[in-house]
Design a protein around this ligand. Structure first.
Ligand code: AMP
Ligand code: MG
Length: 279
């Protein structure tokens, strides 16, 4: 079975996160063994994004979710560094502002969805409104429990308009999170990433896992599937995500537009220009 099928949450099924190994690494023994595949995936992502941009027919929305230090920032970096910055955007969603809170929860999200030809990565997303909001009772259950259907309808509206949506849950263990917090402590260059909230959220680990399982069960659809990405090993996380994105974009069968000019005529113009230009 391919990696894409294996990691996908089949619509209507509930992933059991406690039964999915966070350090799974497929057929690859080590980062070294995966290196060739990783650079091949990056090359493909670059080519495919050029096509998406050139063709201007499809949009790609990548949603990244996960606990603190699960690797959302690192994944943005890895995926987008393979692409041309022209045509790509990262949007991070933080605690809503007072103005955002005066609107429905999708208002601030919709403003940042990709247009045709564009790739957008959401670092956190509208799913926070059924995750942190649910875990901390920021709104009553009667409110958040109706949001899953709203999310499905919203995502369906985006796909109907030509947007491909891929949603990745970066799955790490509490022990791996703690290791990463320790690395942050030990590395002054990462001190800026530390927040008290990181530690405040740890006691809610199980509540978050349940909220994630619910969100994936209710909102993994054929048009906007969720993938559980084992992410203790950063290289495997990058490999799996770049593979799934590349495979999905391959399936769009994109074509670069035909030239808008007569190429023979342009070649003749080129030769004239070359003749008239001193060496
Ligand atoms: P970070 O991603 O580490 O910069 O942190 C952003 C913070 O904003 C996280 O603690 C999120 O849980 C929080 N956040 C994002 N979206 C929402 C939301 N809709 N409601 C409440 N908190 C949110
Ligand atoms: Mg954080």
């Amino acid at each position: 079975m391919g990696l894409r099928r294996k990691l996908r949450v089949e619509p209507g099924t509930r992933p059991d996160l406690s039964n999915i190994a966070t350090d799974f690494h497929g057929d690859f023994e080590s980062e070294k063994a995966a290196r060739k595949q990783l650079s091949e995936n990056s090359r493909r992502l670059g080519d495919l994004q050029q096509k998406l941009y050139g063709e201007g027919r499809h949009a790609l929305l990548i949603v990244l979710q996960g606990m603190d230090a699960a690797g959302k920032d690192g994944t943005c970096w890895h995926v987008l560094s393979a692409m041309n910055p022209q045509g790509t955007v990262v949007k991070s969603f933080k605690q809503p502002t007072a103005e955002e809170l005066r609107h429905d929860f999708l208002w601030r999200i919709h403003a940042h969805t990709p247009g045709r030809g564009e790739v957008t990565v959401f670092n956190r997303s509208h799913y926070e409104d059924v995750l942190v909001v649910r875990v901390h009772d920021l709104v009553p259950e009667a409110v958040w429990s109706r949001r899953y259907d709203m999310i499905n309808a919203f995502e369906q509206a985006l796909t109907a308009q030509g947007t491909t949506i891929l949603k990745f849950f970066l799955h790490i263990s509490p022990a791996e999170q703690l290791r990463r917090f320790e690395q942050r402590l030990d590395d002054p260059a990462r001190h800026w990433k530390i927040s008290e909230a990181d530690y405040a959220e740890r006691p809610y680990w199980d509540a978050y896992q349940t909220a994630y399982e619910d969100a994936m069960e209710k909102c993994s659809t054929d048009h906007a599937p969720w993938y559980v990405i084992p992410s203790d090993l950063k290289w495997f996380r990058n490999l799996a995500i770049s593979h799934i994105i590349a495979k999905t974009l391959d399936g769009l069968d994109m074509k670069l537009p035909a030239p808008s000019v007569d190429m023979d005529k342009i070649r003749a113009l080129y030769h004239e220009a070359a003749k008239a230009t001193p060496a």
